[in-house]
Ligand binder design. Sequence first.
Ligand SMILES: Nc1nc2c(c(=O)[nH]1)N[C@H]1C(S)=C(S)[C@@H](COP(=O)(O)O)O[C@H]1N2
Ligand SMILES: [Mo]
Length: 356
Amino acid sequence: MQNPYYNEAKASLIIRKLQPENKEAPIQFMEAPITDHKLFYRRNHFSYPRLAQANYWLPVNGHVRTPKLFSIDELRKLPSRTIKVTMECAGNKRRFFEPKVFGEQWEKGAISQGYWKGVSLHTVLQQAGLKQGAKEVVFEGYDYGVRTDLDAVVSFVRSLPLKKALHPDTIIAYEYNNQPIPFRHGFPLRLIVPQWYAMASVKWLKQITIIDQEFSGPFQTIDYMYYPNKETNDNAQPVTILNVNSIIQKPLHMEILNTGIHPIKGIAWTGKGIITKVEISTDNGETWSEAKIQNQTHGHYGWVTWEMNWKITKKGEFTILSRASDSHGRVQPATPLWNRKGYGYNAIDKVNIKIE
Ligand SMILES: Nc1nc2c(c(=O)[nH]1)N[C@H]1C(S)=C(S)[C@@H](COP(=O)(O)O)O[C@H]1N2
Ligand SMILES: [Mo]
């Protein structure tokens, strides 16, 4: 009889905070190119909103010729797009900054990917008709709560500049992997902004407003800014496009292996162009060789997987590194750009192992 405990273990989310719910994906154990929604990381600023689909309308208003209310059915009837997107939290890997920074101590799993289906925001905005002077599009979510720094109740609101808002792949999504969007990930409607850090992809859309100036809400002017100085806000820059990045999924950090042939494998992604190269070092950066990239991202915004076979006959301790490059000449740096809120960590990935 087969051992009943055989293969019982399953991957599960890793808890960073229970309330609001912040959990990361078990990214080292994810072989599938598409993240099942049960293993999709969860990042929330507030408690989950209460909303009933029964009377759900999406208002599009502000600096438009005809303010509109869209039902979900109406949106579903408009031409649709399905896009594969890597979603990464701007705070992914925050844990690895030195000196340490405050905030959720994400390791490597605040990232997931899958297929989002929806209607181009462009199409929806066209129906309302932008007025001359329209500058940004503001997206409000149904969730809200207290911000300790402002001592005020606010909702999660973010804007996009018109150019990004009008890109045909910026969509109002209603499905994830061919199913209605799971509630935790923004049901019934969620903005999806490919190539930007995921704070831009506002969940539980409540309203879309076109404005003729720059938006200045706290999730845009206080948070999600790179502050290079510890003490001042000098030289602050908004967080937008994903940095070029990679992780090693195998072997695991501090794993003990035998001599022989071992696969070294992982994923790599970027918010600009495509991944052109992933280099691996097994001697802490003295020598590098190219891993084989398995599914190139032409035509979608997903990550690539990469792999290399490593033949090792020597015993001892080894530091394995991965370094990705993209088609815009960006390369993962040896040291990350430190910033006070800990966004955009993308230093060369590293695991230590022992051969015995
Ligand atoms: N309404 C709303 N949208 C939101 C957020 C939020 O707290 N509320 N968090 C943002 C951030 S910072 C991230 S990383 C992603 C997380 O999406 P997920 O929980 O589906 O993984 O949603 C973004 N959209
Ligand atoms: Mo995030």
